[in-house]
Design a protein around this ligand. Structure first.
Ligand SMILES: NC(=O)c1ccc[n+]([C@@H]2O[C@H](COP(=O)([O-])OP(=O)(O)OC[C@H]3O[C@@H](n4cnc5c(N)ncnc54)[C@H](OP(=O)(O)O)[C@@H]3O)[C@@H](O)[C@H]2O)c1
Length: 313
C-alpha cells in the first residue's frame, strides 16, 4: 500500500508542498522528540516538517537534519520546511527568521507563516524569555500599536530577500484573509488552522479553495489524547478499509487536498507512517457532516478569543 508521505499539492508559487507534514510541538523530552523525528524522516519518509520559533524544537530539528544529511540517510534539500513568526516579533519578523534559520541550519525556508493575527509586546518574562508577555494579574500584554497587516507585509519583504520561498498565514479568518489580500494584492500561499472531522470549517474551506490558498490542518487528531481517533464514523471506516483511525483522518484531509500535520513522540508509531487509501466522496462528505453536527475546537488559546473563529471555546 502506498504511503501518505508521497503525495503533494501545488502552492500558488508553483512549488509542491507534501500533504503530510510532521508536527513538531513537543510535550516530551528531547531524546524522544529526536527519535520520533528521525523515525519520521528515515522510516516513514516524511518530506515535510512543520515547526515554529514558539515550539523551541528548531535547534533539535537542525541537528537531526544535518546529521541525517551527513550520514546520507536523507537529503536535507528534499525536506520541505515551514517555520512561523510568533506575535512578539510582529514588528521585527526579520529577527525571528534569523533565529529560526540559524537553529535549523538553513539559509531559507520553504514556507514562512505568520503564526497568529495578533501583536504582543516584546518584554521578558521572569525567566528572561520573550513569547507570552503578561502583567502581574496574568493578563496578556498586547501591543496597542500593533497591526497584523504590518507583519504580513514584512514577511512578503523577507520572501523577496530570499529568506523564504513562500509566505502564508496561520489562524486567519476569511475577513483577515480578505484584508491582507486587499491591502497587498498578494494571496497567502496557505492558511494553517485547526481542521479535522470535528471542525471542518466549510466556509473557510470553500473560500480558500476558491482563492487557491492551501489549507493546512493543525491538531488533526484533536491534540493531546487524540480524541478524534474515537469518533465512531472514523472507527467504522478504519475497520472497512482495514487501516487505523489515524489513517482515516489523514486520508480525509488528503482527499480534500488539505495539508495535514499530525504529531507523535512515539517513534514506534511514527515509523509505521500512514497508509494511502481512496476514501469515497460520500465518506469524505459524511465526515464533514459529522463536524457540522458535532462541532468542536480543541485548541482554544486565550489570545484567539474574540477574533471571530468558528466554534471557539
Ligand atoms: N499554527 C498553530 O497555531 C498550531 C497550533 C497547534 C498545532 N500546530 C501544529 O500542528 C501539529 C499537531 O497538532 P497537535 O500537536 O496539537 O496535535 P495532534 O497531532 O492532533 O495530536 C497529537 C496527539 O495525538 C497522539 N497520537 C498521534 N498519533 C496517534 C495514534 N496513531 N494513536 C493514538 N494517539 C496518537 C499523540 O500522542 P503520542 O505522542 O503518544 O503519539 C499526541 O498526544 C503541531 O505539532 C504543530 O506542528 C500548529
Amino acid at each position: 500500500m502506498a504511503s501518505a508521505s508521497s503525495v503533494t499539492v501545488k502552492l500558488n508559487t508553483g512549488a509542491e508542498i507534501p500533504l503530510l507534514g510532521f508536527g513538531t510541538v513537543s510535550e516530551d523530552n528531547v531524546e524522544n522528540f529526536k527519535e520520533a523525528l528521525t523515525a519520521a524522516l528515515v522510516d516513514a519518509k516524511y518530506k515535510h516538517i512543520d515547526t515554529a520559533w514558539w515550539y523551541n524544537t528548531e535547534p533539535y530539528i537542525g541537528e537531526i537534519l544535518e546529521s541525517l544529511d551527513k550520514s546520507g540517510k536523507i537529503k536535507k534539500e528534499d525536506i520541505f520546511i515551514t517555520t512561523k513568526v510568533w506575535p512578539c516579533f510582529w514588528n521585527d519578523p526579520e529577527n525571528s527568521i534569523e533565529i529560526s534559520l540559524k537553529n535549523l541550519k538553513l539559509d531559507k525556508v520553504d514556507l514562512l507563516l505568520q503564526h497568529w493575527p495578533v501583536c504582543f509586546q516584546k518584554v521578558e518574562d521572569s525567566n528572561g524569555r520573550v513569547g507570552l508577555p503578561k502583567d502581574a494579574a496574568g493578563n496578556i500584554l498586547y501591543d496597542k500599536n500593533g497591526d497584523y497587516l504590518v507583519t504580513y507585509k514584512k514577511l512578503l519583504k523577507l520572501k523577496d530577500e530570499g529568506k523564504a520561498k513562500a509566505v502564508g498565514v496561520s489562524n486567519f479568518t476569511i475577513e483577515m484573509l480578505e484584508r491582507v489580500i486587499k491591502e497587498t494584492n498578494v494571496v497567502p500561499a496557505c492558511n494553517q488552522v485547526e481542521m479535522h472531522p470535528h471542525l471542518p470549517q466549510l466556509d473557510l474551506y470553500n473560500y480558500c479553495t476558491e482563492k487557491g490558498i492551501v489549507l493546512e490542518a493543525y491538531s488533526p487528531f484533536g491534540s493531546s489524547g487524540a480524541p478524534n481517533l474515537k469518533i465512531p464514523l472514523v472507527k467504522e471506516l478504519a475497520s472497512k478499509y482495514d487501516v487505523t483511525p489515524a489513517d482515516i483522518i489523514v486520508n480525509y484531509s488528503i482527499a480534500k487536498k488539505i495539508v495535514i500535520l499530525p504529531r507523535s513522540s512515539n517513534a514506534e508509531r511514527v515509523k509505521k507512517g500512514y497508509k494511502l487509501i481512496n476514501l469515497e466522496k460520500s465518506e469524505v462528505d459524511a465526515l464533514d457532516q459529522f463536524g457540522v453536527t458535532h462541532p468542536q475546537r480543541f485548541v482554544n488559546d486565550p489570545w484567539g478569543k474574540g477574533l471571530g473563529f468558528e466554534h471557539w471555546g
